[in-house]
Write a protein that binds this ligand. Structure first.
Ligand SMILES: Cc1cc2nc3c(=O)[nH]c(=O)nc-3n(C[C@H](O)[C@H](O)[C@H](O)COP(=O)(O)O)c2cc1C
Length: 189
């Protein structure tokens, strides 16, 4: 009787140990956030596609003072802001639980070859040390431009992965390409 009890206890202990080891071996799921600014809607579409593929949370960066809708005016204003390194005020600094995310996709329209100033504000005002940042961009010919280098300068203590640029004109049909990219990075849900 005692022998049987000992054998059952040993099997139970082995099972518990095995389960505990399995839990230790399995990598913890990464917590992912998509952050974006969009002036005319293209980058918002791409951000939503990344959210669809990764099951992440999403946060829109909104400037306190909206940019003009007139193309010439916004192009002129953006040129001045970018050349003077101006960081416009944004409505909300970050989601309250920003510290809990491991991976942050950061998206912007390409403005004069780099990220739009509200994204520069967001990256300057928050701490991304130890986090992985994945840039993405919509553009009309410049691709990622110099945005990855600029993000690297703004977040020197983060790991910056290679970004994905999508042409604004074809963003509505880019869910497949975006999902394939997110999958390749290992961040699909
Ligand atoms: C102020 C401004 C500057 C731009 N500069 C560039 C540029 O340097 N290179 C480029 O390929 N496209 C440029 N574009 C085009 C946008 O990057 C493109 O239309 C983008 O998809 C817009 O994204 P959104 O709809 O999310 O605002 C510029 C557009 C604006 C309004």
């Amino acid at each position: 009787m005692f022998k049987r009890f000992t054998a059952i206890t040993a099997i139970a202990l082995a099972a518990v140990t095995f389960t505990a080891l399995q839990a230790l071996a399995a990598p913890a799921a990464k917590k992912i956030l998509v952050v974006y600014f969009s002036h005319s809607g293209n980058t918002r579409i791409m951000a939503t596609q990344i959210k669809n593929a990764s099951g992440s949370d999403i946060f829109e960066v909104k400037p306190v003072k909206a940019y003009p809708t007139d193309y010439r005016s916004v192009v002129d204003q953006a040129k001045k802001e970018i050349s003077s390194n101006y960081k416009p005020a944004i409505q909300t600094k970050a989601p309250a639980n920003l510290a809990s995310y491991d991976v942050i996709f950061v998206g912007s329209p390409c403005w004069w070859g780099t990220v739009a100033p509200p994204i520069a504000t967001f990256l300057t005002q928050n701490n991304f040390a130890g986090k992985t940042i994945v840039p993405f961009m919509t553009h009309e010919g410049s691709g990622m431009g110099r945005s990855e280098d600029d993000i690297r300068k703004l977040c020197p203590r983060s790991k910056i992965l290679e970004g994905l640029p999508i042409r604004g004109g074809s963003v509505k049909s880019s869910q497949g390409e975006v999902t394939a990219w997110v999958k390749k990075l290992g961040f699909t849900k």
